[in-house]
Each structure stands twice: as C-alpha cells, then as structure tokens.
Design a protein around this ligand. Structure first.
Ligand code: AMP
Ligand code: MN
Ligand code: MN
Ligand code: MN
Length: 287
C-alpha cells in the first residue's frame, strides 16, 4: 500500500520551532503516514513524539541527524529506526551535544569581537536550554536587527569566511555509521545536494559510506531541485543505495520545505522502506 513518508524532520529538541507533539499533529494534518523525527545530534524529542504519534495514529520512526566531519567539511548522516536506548549511540550523541556547547561559546566570542555582545546567552535562550545550533544564533541576530531573516544571517555571519563562523569539529563518518548500525538503524546520507561536492567527491563519500555499512541516500529532499533529485536517484541506483525522502522541515514557512510536501521518488530507485514490515516499521534492517 503506498504511504506518505517524511523521513527527515526537526523539533524544538534541536533547531525546529515546533514541539514534538505539535510536529506530529501538523504532520498528521498534512497526510503524512510515516514520519521520522531526526533532530540534530539528540534523541530528546522522541519520547514525547512517540506518545503523540500513537494518539494520532501516525507511524513514528525514531531517527537522528548526526553531524559529521568528512573531507574537511561538515556533512549530515541520518539514522532511521534506531534503538534509542543503545548506549554507544547515546554516549556519542552526549559528546556531540557537549561539543555543540563549546562551539556555541566560540561563536559567541567571535561575534563579540565584531562588537555583537550577548550572542551566546541570546542563542542559548532561543534554544531553551536544549541542544544549541547556529539557527539559535540566527534567531538572536534577526531579533537584534542584524539581518532581516535567518538565511541572510547565515550568509552574513555564520558561514565560512564570515565573522561568526567556527569550523565544525564533529565525529567521523565511521563513528556515525557505526553508532547507527550498532543501534539497529539504517544510515542515510542527508541532502547530498547541499555540500557543493564535485561528482568525484560525492562518489568518494558514497564509496566510503557503503563500505562502512551505510545503506541509503536522500534523493528527494526539501533542499533539492528536481534536477538534483533525478541525479541522486541515478547515483542511488548505480551504487546500490536505497532512496530516502525527507522535507528537512524546521518550521512552518519555507526552511527547507513543508512537512510531507515533497515530490515522489523517481521510479528508477528503490525506496528505503521497500522491505520495512508492517505494522512495526522497520525491522528488516540490513546489517
Ligand atoms: P549547525 O548544525 O548548528 O551548524 O546548524 C546547521 C543548521 O543550520 C541546518 O540544519 C539548518 O537548519 C540551518 N542552516 C544551515 N544553512 C542555512 C542557511 N543558509 N539558511 C538558513 N538556515 C541554515
Ligand atoms: Mn537544522
Ligand atoms: Mn542537515
Ligand atoms: Mn535536517
């Protein structure tokens, strides 16, 4: 039976604006039947999301989006269908959260050298004491009038070469894929179109990722153009990767797209859910 899947979303547990139960309610209203909550580097939102999903009759996959440093760049690896009690995964994510705090303090110092005071405290207030990310700095800087919206703040302050940029020092690809597999999940390369990689570099990533046991790639993403979807569908097929679909929803509005509002997967690829079993998705995870 065809279902509507959205396998990449965020809540207030990381840098989304909706509480997990609000996210579930909105997803159900949009007709999403299978939703993965994939907050950055944390599983904190999953308990309250589970309760809400059960009440709404929506299938929730426990997920995570892990920050990875690979080839001198930050990339994101999604874990789908993970066991949230897995100790190695929980320990690894706790270290990433601690690193995020140190990075945020460093971003705050950089911004204060530019004459912007109180950014760390301001960003922390926006994060509500939960995981802290660049979006929380963006919200603070918009509130203070340094830019008119989040995208502009990123461009002017938070990306490479700009005053508030701190190069991430995240975990290795090997660690991220290992934690996900160890927790019984499927590892997926998130939004390959966002890294600005050459074809050769992306194929190198795919090669290392599959050798480590990664199984999927996001073909349809809220941040991909239709041409990118078709290109990544081909890469998925040629490299025997399963294809995933996710909005990368952060908030109502358009960053990156609306819940469940994506194009269908091109028919040439195999969906990551092809061998998931009903009703307790997805326990046929390949090793
Ligand atoms: P972080 O993991 O804290 O470095 O923040 C990365 C997050 O910032 C991404 O997941 C997006 O939510 C957001 N982000 C990255 N680039 C941009 C951009 N150009 N405009 C708006 N948000 C962005
Ligand atoms: Mn984000
Ligand atoms: Mn991402
Ligand atoms: Mn994301």
């Amino acid at each position: 039976m065809p279902r509507k899947y959205d396998l990449h979303t965020h809540s207030t547990a990381s840098d989304g604006t909706l509480m997990p139960p609000e996210l579930i309610t909105l997803a159900a209203a949009k007709g999403v039947e299978v939703l993965a909550l994939t907050d950055h580097d944390t599983l904190e939102g999953l308990v309250s999301a589970r309760t809400a999903a059960d009440a709404a009759g929506l299938i929730l996959l426990p997920g995570v989006e892990i920050s990875v440093t690979w080839g001198g760049r930050t990339i994101h690896i999604i874990g789908l269908g993970i066991d949230c009690r897995n100790q190695a995964l929980c320990d690894g994510l706790a270290e990433l959260s601690a690193y995020r705090r140190r990075r945020a303090e460093a971003i705050g110092r950089r911004l204060s050298e530019e004459g912007i005071e109180g950014a760390f405290e301001g960003a922390r207030a926006f994060s509500n004491g939960r995981l802290i990310g660049r979006i929380h700095f963006a919200r603070f800087l918009v509130q203070r009038g340094y830019a008119s919206d989040e995208r502009e703040v990123f461009k002017r302050y938070l990306v490479k070469g700009k005053p508030g940029h701190v190069a991430g020092d995240w975990v290795s690809l090997e660690a991220a894929v290992g934690w996900i597999r160890g927790a019984g999940g499927q590892a997926v390369i998130a939004h390959p179109g966002r890294y600005g990689f050459t074809r050769a570099k992306l194929l190198r990533l795919i090669g290392q990722f599959t050798e480590l046991g990664g199984v999927g790639i996001e073909v349809v993403s809220g941040s991909h153009t239709r041409d990118e979807c078709l290109r990544f569908a081909r890469y998925a097929r040629e490299n025997h990767l399963l294809a995933s679909v996710g909005s990368d929803f952060h908030r109502p509005g358009n960053l990156w797209t609306e819940l469940g509002g994506m194009a269908p997967l091109p028919s040439l690829c195999t969906p990551i859910w092809a061998d998931w079993e009903e009703p307790r998705l997805p326990r046929t995870v390949s090793g």
